[in-house]
Ligand binder design. Structure first.
Ligand code: FAD
Ligand code: UDP
Length: 385
């Protein structure tokens, strides 16, 4: 059996933040396992072989936060470029800026509204529903932007992405996207934003680079042939578990629904394919939801002048064999989650965290922030009492 003081299942940002804090501040010996062949979870990136262009293996990852403590923490491991994320959407053969802003509204309505005029128009179009009373994604979106813009930019994109009736989806999904009555088309509202100067993997490796941290890859916690598995470990060593919570309990309360993604990568013989990092496709007849073109994330780097790398993203429901990426979070899922939380609370010395372990739509800064608070509020008292 291991001589570790703590086992962390999953080397994503949640698991590595826990490992780094426990090793650096408490001097604990931490063993991190991951079933993948690399560390970093979904934030992992690597250079495309043919071009050297950094590709985010699981879809584009943009770092942003308004929390000064999280910003200070992540800057211990990497510095950030001044990249500011902007997204466009291709709809009906025309390209519009996102998130919905005065530019989108004026282009869509073929007009030149002032902020006040646009606000009045949208208020009228949205008046069929009260934002406060909106109980699902569709009601929330219509109450914010009115039905014509909802139907043009949100309804079909969301249908492709979630394959779930927007009236079954939680309102919070759409609350992630701001609506602006200016021409500001920054995708995020946060104070701090940027991309790690030398890439995600360099950042992630620095978090794990501590003499007290051991990382074992290709190691699945549910594989009884591995030394560190659930049966042999739980109850013997404290465990932080960041895999899917339903899998941990062998789906005893049913399967929670997850969305997975398929990616198609292509190297194209041209400098620039789409002129921007991310182009969404709002129409149902285009099977993918968006195309990422990675060279545009790092205009400061020297990349080949005659080649570019693109990634088409397709979305679908996950089966047990797929990588679960996004919790769908239907009302039925929320009931199942409550049951799993109760089971989790009863599990001795096992701490559930991260996007999969809590079934929450967490961005990187949120995963890191919640790991920092688990460390302060649970693990530090647990190990120093
Ligand atoms: P993960 O990164 O999922 O790590 C969990 C790890 O646990 C994985 O490495 C997995 O292999 C491992 N694991 C699971 N089960 C087992 C097991 N049985 N045994 C061993 N290991 C196991 N956030 C942003 O801030 N900005 C973005 O632009 C952004 N874009 C995203 C795009 C996509 C497509 C996805 C999926 C996520 C995106 N995120 C983004 C979220 C970001 O990836 C997560 O917030 C962050 O990586 C969460 O970290 P985590 O540690 O909770 O989970
Ligand atoms: N969305 C949309 N049209 C778009 C972009 C986003 O309808 O062009 C909706 C969609 O439901 C999506 C949500 O807004 O799930 C949040 O978008 P975000 O870009 O944050 O999604 P993510 O990057 O997490 O997939």
């Amino acid at each position: 059996m291991t001589n570790a003081d703590l086992v962390v299942v999953g080397s994503g940002f949640f698991g590595l933040t826990i490992a780094e804090r426990c090793a650096s501040e408490l001097g604990l010996r931490v063993l991190v396992i991951d079933r993948r062949h690399h560390i970093g979870g979904n934030a992992y990136s690597e250079a495309n072989r043919e071009t050297g262009i950094e590709v985010h293996r699981y879809g584009a990852h943009l770092f942003h936060t308004s929390n000064p403590a999280i910003w200070e923490y992540v800057n211990r491991f990497t510095s950030f470029t001044n990249y500011v994320h902007k997204v466009y959407t291709n709809r009906g053969g025309e390209v519009f800026p996102l998130p919905i802003n005065l530019g989108t509204i004026n282009q869509f309505f073929r007009s030149a509204y002032s902020p006040g005029e646009a606000r009045a128009l949208i208020a009228e179009q949205a008046s069929e529903l009260d934002t406060g009373a909106a109980g699902n994604l569709e009601e929330k979106a219509v109450s914010l932007i009115g039905r014509p813009l909802y139907e043009a930019f949100i309804r079909d994109y969301t249908a492709k992405q979630w394959q779930t009736d927007p009236r079954e989806l939680p309102a919070e999904i759409i609350s992630r996207l701001p609506v602006r009555y200016t021409y500001d088309n920054r995708y995020f509202n946060d104070t701090y934003e940027g991309l790690p100067v030398d890439g995600y993997t360099a950042w992630i490796e620095r978090m794990a680079d501590h003499p007290n941290i051991e990382v074992r890859l290709d190691t699945d916690f549910f594989d009884l042939e591995q030394e560190i598995n659930k049966t042999a470990t739980v109850g013997q060593v404290p465990v932080v578990y960041t895999g899917p919570i339903d899998r941990y309990f062998d789906y005893a309360e049913g399967e929670l629904s997850w969305r997975t993604l398929d990616f198609e990568e292509e190297v194209l013989p041209m400098r620039d394919f789409q002129g921007t990092p991310v182009m969404n496709y709002a129409d149902l007849d285009v099977p993918y939801t968006r195309i990422h073109e990675f060279r545009h994330f790092h205009p400061e780097r020297e990349y080949p002048a005659d080649k570019t790398v693109i990634l088409r993203e397709f979305s679908r429901f996950a089966t047990r064999e797929d990588e679960p990426y996004y919790p769908v979070n239907t009302p039925q899922d929320r009931e199942g989650l409550l049951a799993y939380r109760q089971l989790g609370d009863a599990e001795r010395d096992v701490y559930f965290g991260g996007r999969l372990g809590t079934y929450q739509y967490l961005d990187m800064h949120m995963a890191i922030g919640s790991a920092l608070s688990m460390y302060e509020n649970k693990l530090k008292p647990r190990f120093t009492r």
